[in-house]
Ligand binder design. Structure first.
Ligand code: AHR
Length: 504
């Protein structure tokens, strides 16, 4: 029987957690599967622009207002020679790509990608190869990208038609170097030394850059925590961020337990903050290290089937998870978790952006459409800018297979002073019950409800397809209202809600 339960939220403009760094809404495109070829780039497609990039896909990305895109990997970067992807396309080599066992044509490389991203008003977060390469290739790529002119690599860029430096600010020192799957996997000491020396050389080329050191590939790695501590022992003074990666899934088909997994993400962030601060104390450092959650998403639907992909194809379908409605709720829960750690998480990349574990899907030669997870990501990116307030939440709780005391309500609150807008993101994880939400908003006199967006569906496994692209989509029929400093709203069972208040 459907019941109605109550949850309470106190919101006060004085309870400031942190300013949101807009890069919290970044994403990621890797040379993987059909992310680049057949995704963002498909010459000959009716929607291709003069450079071969799809305008329909670009239009969907624009709707997401993505501030920064990580590139070119991922696992791919650990075997990538960046020189293969610059200069005349006709002389670029076709190479065996070992991370995903495909053939890389190098038709798209550094310059094409940066030009494309900048047209979308997105910055690029560039990763260097610390798997098969090292200090030399990294400092040369940086000179190629950021040095104005008068040196071999900067003049090489200019000869390739890019007169002005790209000015790439944020750089990843390798990718998941703790993972046995990584080409050129390293121990924490090996990686820490290499990352530190690479950082030193890169900063000599361009002192204005920011650098991200690799944390563990995920929290369950056997070397987790010790890896972070050792790497930071080597790199603390040289880097600005430590990376975190995580993917969740519902392979067991246990929705209540699945949605509780944002608690694992919460714990992961708290633990990594503690390790950073331990090294800070150990070094008597004045610097506080922030976090770059540069891969996060749901990924499980294709893990088994992708084992059967025939190797050495050009841009095969890989990691093409078709996301369900409940996956969108999980993504919403993860976004709320990131927001509630905005004091230390300054960069986060939804992995990835097109086709491979992505909010946007395409058909080769055909349509592009929004997956279910597109919506919470878009809502957070559009409305989650400003100051995160600490929400004081009182919610009914449940126990699941792996978790106890799971709050039914997850919430984050963002105050955008400039726009005079207060936004409550609220996820009701209950499978049966509507949550009757009551918020004390007396600190926000004269605010009225602008809209109450709801993402809900009677089928937790509902998906969007090319034939039915709007099966799962939000509506604005939520019932939020304000009277006497109290905001009330019914949050339907299993629903993602965005309640936007504006000054009257
Ligand atoms: O995003 C897909 C892959 O997941 C990335 O290449 C890798 O870094 C991670 O394991």
């Amino acid at each position: 029987m459907a019941l109605e339960k109550k949850a309470k939220l106190t919101i006060d403009p004085e309870y400031v957690l942190a300013e949101v760094d807009p890069r919290l809404y970044s994403s990621f495109i890797e040379h993987l599967g059909r992310a680049v070829y057949g995704g963002i780039y498909e010459p000959g497609h009716p929607q291709a622009d003069e450079n071969g990039f799809r305008k329909d896909v670009a239009g969907l990305i624009r709707e997401l207002n993505v501030p920064m895109i990580r590139y070119p990997g991922g696992n791919f970067v650990s075997g990538y020679n960046w020189e293969d992807g610059v200069g005349p396309v006709s002389s670029r080599p076709r190479k065996l790509e070992l991370a995903w066992r495909t053939v890389e044509t190098n038709e798209v490389g550094t310059n094409e990608f940066i030009r494309w991203a900048r047209e979308l008003q997105s910055d690029v977060m560039m990763a260097v190869n610390l798997g098969t390469r090292g200090v030399d290739a990294a400092r040369n790529l940086l000179e190629y990208c950021n040095h104005p002119s008068g040196s071999y690599y900067s003049d090489l860029r200019r000869s390739h038609g890019y007169e002005k430096p790209h000015g790439i600010k944020t750089w990843c020192l390798g990718n998941e170097m703790d993972g046995p799957w990584q080409i050129g996997q390293k121990t924490a000491d090996e990686y820490g030394r290499l990352a530190s020396e690479t950082a030193k050389a890169m900063r000599l080329v361009d002192p204005s850059i920011e650098l991200v050191a690799c944390g563990s590939s995920f929290r369950a790695m056997p070397t987790y925590a010790q890896w972070e501590a050792t790497v930071l022992d080597h790199t603390y003074d040289q880097v600005d961020y430590l990376s975190l990666h995580t993917y969740y899934g519902n392979a067991e088909n246990d929705t209540a337990n699945y949605l509780a997994r944002s608690l694992d993400m919460d714990l992961f962030i708290k633990e990594v903050v503690a390790i950073c601060d331990y090294i800070k104390a150990k070094k008597r450092s004045k610097k506080t290290l922030n976090l770059s959650f540069d891969e996060w998403n749901v990924w499980f639907h294709t893990l088994e089937s992708d084992k059967n992909v025939t190797p050495w194809q050009n841009a095969p379908a890989q990691l093409e998870d078709v996301y369900t409605f409940e996956d969108a709720l999980m993504v919403g829960g993860m976004l709320i978790t990131l927001l509630n750690h905005a004091d230390r998480v300054k960069i986060a990349c939804l992995a990835q952006l097109v086709n491979a574990i992505a909010p946007i899907m395409t058909e080769n030669g055909g349509a592009a459409w929004k997956q279910t997870i597109f919506y919470p990501y878009m809502h957070a990116s559009l409305y989650g800018r400003g100051t995160v307030l600490r929400p004081v939440i009182s919610s009914p709780k449940y126990d699941s297979k792996e978790y106890t005391d799971v709050p039914m309500l997850d919430s984050a609150v963002v105050f955008n002073e400039k726009n005079e807008e207060l936004v409550v993101f609220a996820l009701n994880k209950s499978l049966e019950d509507t949550l009757q939400l009551e918020c004390d908003v007396r600190g926000f006199q004269n605010y009225r409800v602008e809209e109450h967006i709801v993402l809900e569906h009677e089928d937790a496994k509902a998906i969007n397809t090319a034939a039915n692209p709007s099966n799962v989509r939000p509506h604005t029929g939520g019932d939020a209202q304000i009277a006497d400093g109290r905001l009330t709203a019914a949050l339907p069972k299993l629903s993602w809600n965005v309640i936007r208040l504006r000054q009257a």
